[in-house]
Design a protein around this ligand. Structure first.
Ligand SMILES: O=C[C@H](O)[C@H](O)[C@H](O)COP(=O)(O)O
Length: 224
């Protein structure tokens, strides 16, 4: 079995009747969405907030009822999402698919945050995966220079020959740090740059990591 499928399907077991949930973005949480669609058809009653246009489409196709944000008066019970890297302290790099801003907003407004990954995403130190940083298009070249001064190689994300545009109308700069030994400190520094909308470091946010393996087994680790 696919390791991503194993992790994604396992996370669906944490969702019970009546829950209001956040649905992340990507190829691992895809399997959570598919499984939840099956459970909804069997009678599970849930409402979901998607973290991207792509996930909204998938959830609709799967028949999962969506909860409009203006009806979200209290935190969600649970959010399930993928990650690009997970450190031994359960710090994450996210945003490989460009959905980091909405993902961080929804995860921060959830009582529990479950992260689903295949085993290759668990690393000793974050930073081999370039850190996605969402920036406003205005003056992105200037923001990119400022990012470079923080010790990374900043590369504007390009898709089909043009800058990749997020669901929020912004650009993404992928920052090659090589190693991020202190993600908490880097987050504080990044948040000082006015051109940055959000960065892909998720520190002290994950409550549970579900790791999938190619033989179809999963292991869970408790986070913050
Ligand atoms: O923007 C995308 C998200 O942060 C994804 O959750 C992350 O990139 C992991 O995606 P995947 O499960 O496809 O590896």
């Amino acid at each position: 079995m696919d390791a991503k499928k194993a992790a994604g399907e396992k996370a669906a077991e944490y969702i019970s009747d009546g829950m209001r949930i956040g649905l992340g973005t990507g190829s691992t949480v895809y399997w959570t969405i598919v499984r939840l669609g099956e459970l909804v058809k069997e009678g599970l009653r849930i409402e979901a907030v998607p973290t991207s246009v792509q996930t909204e489409k998938l959830a609709r196709e799967a028949g999962i009822p969506l909860l409009p944000l203006d009806r979200l008066q209290a935190p969600l019970d649970l959010t399930v999402d993928g990650a690009d890297e997970v450190s031994p302290k359960y710090e994450l790099i996210k945003g490989g698919g460009g959905a980091l801003l909405r993902e961080k907003m929804i995860a921060s407004f959830s009582d529990r945050f479950i992260v689903v990954v295949d085993h290759s995403k668990c690393v000793p130190v974050l930073g081999q995966f370039p850190l996605p940083v969402e920036v406003v298009p205005f003056g992105w070249e200037m923001t990119s220079k400022q990012l470079g001064q923080m010790g990374c190689e900043p590369i504007l994300r390009i898709r089909d020959g043009a800058p990749f545009v997020t669901d929020n109308g912004n650009y993404v700069i992928d920052c090659r740090f090589g190693s991020i030994p202190n993600p908490g400190e880097l987050t504080v520094e990044l948040n000082k740059l006015p051109g940055i909308v959000e960065n892909g470091l998720f520190v002290n946010m994950a409550d549970l990591i579900v790791v999938g393996y190619p033989d179809g087994t999963t292991r869970t680790k408790s986070g913050s």
